[in-house]
Design a protein around this ligand. Sequence first.
Ligand code: FES
Length: 107
Amino acid sequence: MSKTEALQRVKVAKINELPQKIGKVIKIDGHDIALFHLSSGKVRAVENKCPHKQGPLAEGMVSGEYVFCPLHDWKIDLTSGEVQKPDDGCVKTYETEVTDGVVYILL
Ligand code: FES
């Protein structure tokens, strides 16, 4: 995939091949992304790096719209990227799209 400044739509998975609540690591153009298929059926993508000490969020436990970092259990909102209190921080989020059963990440 080429590096471009324009927003690109990258096909990353088929929705029916993504188990719910299990993070999947996607690497695109230097982005290390944790992709999640939530129990609600929604798909979310965030940087695979906890704002605390770089914990791999794709390995975290998913609960509803949140992931718990596997290292020290920070709770992160997968839609806004915001770390929940009492901790503080924010992780980069990526836009996702599901069309005809195919999951895309917009970069
Ligand atoms: S690295 Fe994620 S909570 Fe510490």
